[in-house]
Design a binder for this molecule. Structure first.
Ligand code: ADP
Ligand code: MG
Length: 387
């Protein structure tokens, strides 16, 4: 879908000499940015307000999680996910606008998740965003899902400041990054196989917990002994900042076979012990590598983002280690750890403020199901539309 005109909206800003801020040029126009997230199994919509160079604020957000629908299959079914995004996205948009007391005409920019994620699911959000923007005559902007996670702590009551080390731990990714500003991301290390969230989910499945098992495993672990079973800490002493969790999953499988039916029987102490031991192994690796990244870089700030960042044990251990090392640690609000529209609207707002991307009234779009975060700098300064 290519309309007959291409109009690049350049937001009016005035950079006052000597007043460059970490959030970009000063005296930016006030904007209301609608964000649409549909990369996987959550439909999220949010409205964010920017005022000058101040940190954007969240006016309203709404989320529909498809988890219950996918639970019957033990994982996300892509086709069902896409169809459900279609059903949810417009009612959620209406809900967000009503909660913010705003009308469609009040939206200045429509942002959407361009990738990475499930192709069909991404196409729903991208299509709706570009259709809506075309109808309103407003510009669009495609956002990287992981950048959304990375910048989500800026929506919290205790927002970080650049530069910082970011630990991105989600269902699909485990990465340590050095973040010097909006769009300035250096990959320090990442998983060479499974993500931390995947390790939680696959281990939980072995214990008979429903998808996604991370939160359930964490709850079960509270009743168990973390030292009950000796599980490997892969790549703990590798000397670099990479991760590997596939071997841990195999070790959990072997251990659960040794335990027998008690490993997946509700109420069995062995099951809680296995959950606690698994969580301890994952948390120790994430903790040690994060502290190493901080030490190597000399930075004094850590940002933890992504679904696994909601894990209480991880937070407790990171808090303790960071307090000892005199490092400030920041998290997104608990309800904004997993996928949501607020982080997409926020990332779009911060990119516009920093002047690293412009919203563009060009309504042809593509999606990027595979899109490494460190390639973000390579994209054109436009909405990210193809052709
Ligand atoms: P993605 O964007 O890759 O889908 P999310 O950021 O939405 O990932 O996070 C989902 C992942 O977070 C799942 O693997 C889930 O099990 C995990 N997760 C959520 N809460 C917790 C928790 N309290 N403890 C451990 N893992 C968790
Ligand atoms: Mg998710």
């Amino acid at each position: 879908m290519v309309l007959g005109f291409n109009r690049v909206i350049v937001w009016p800003w005035i950079m006052t000499k000597g007043q460059a801020s970490t959030h970009g040029p000063l005296k930016l126009a006030a904007m209301r940015i609608l964000g649409i997230e549909s990369s996987c199994d959550e439909t999220g919509v949010a409205l964010v307000q920017t005022t000058g160079a101040a940190l954007p604020s969240l006016l309203a957000h709404a989320l529909f999680s498809q988890i219950e629908m996918h639970q019957a299959y033990g994982g996300v079914v892509p086709e069902l996910a896409s169809r459900d995004h279609i059903r949810r996205v417009l009612p959620l948009t209406r809900q967000v606008l009503a909660e913010a007391g705003a009308a469609l005409a009040d939206i200045d920019v429509v942002a959407y998740t361009r990738g990475p994620g499930l192709a069909g699911a991404l196409l729903v959000g991208a299509g709706v965003a570009c259709g809506l923007a075309a109808a309103l005559g407003k510009p669009v902007l495609g956002v990287h899902h992981l950048e959304g996670h990375l910048l989500s702590p800026f929506l919290s009551a205790d927002p970080p400041e650049f530069p910082f080390i970011a630990l991105l731990v989600s269902g699909g990714h485990t990465q340590l990054m050095r973040v010097d500003g909006v769009g300035r991301y250096e990959l320090l290390g990442e998983t060479i196989d499974d993500a931390a969230g995947e390790a939680f989910d696959k281990s939980a499945k072995l214990m008979g917990l429903p998808y996604p098992g991370g939160p359930g495993l964490a709850r079960l672990a509270e009743q168990g002994q973390p030292t009950a079973y000796k599980l490997p800490r892969p790549l703990l002493h590798s000397g670099d900042l990479d991760f590997s969790f596939a071997g841990l999953k195999t070790a959990v499988l072997t251990q659960s076979q040794k335990i027998g039916p008690a490993a997946h029987t509700e109420g069995a102490p062995e099951r809680a012990d296995l959950a606690a031991s698994t969580q301890a192994a994952i948390v120790e690796v994430l903790l040690k590598k994060s502290m190493r990244a901080l030490k190597d870089s000399g930075l004094q700030r850590l940002v933890v983002a992504g679904g696994v960042g909601a894990n209480r044990e991880l937070r407790a251990q990171l808090n303790a280690a960071c307090a000892k090392a005199q490092v400030r640690v920041h998290y997104p609000e608990l309800h904004l750890c997993t996928d949501n529209g607020a982080m997409i609207a926020m990332a779009a707002a911060m990119r516009l403020q920093a002047g690293v991307q412009q919203a563009c009234a060009r309504y042809s779009f593509d999606v990027k199901p595979r899109w490494p975060l460190h390639e973000l700098g390579d994209q054109p300064m436009t909405a990210g539309a193809a052709g």
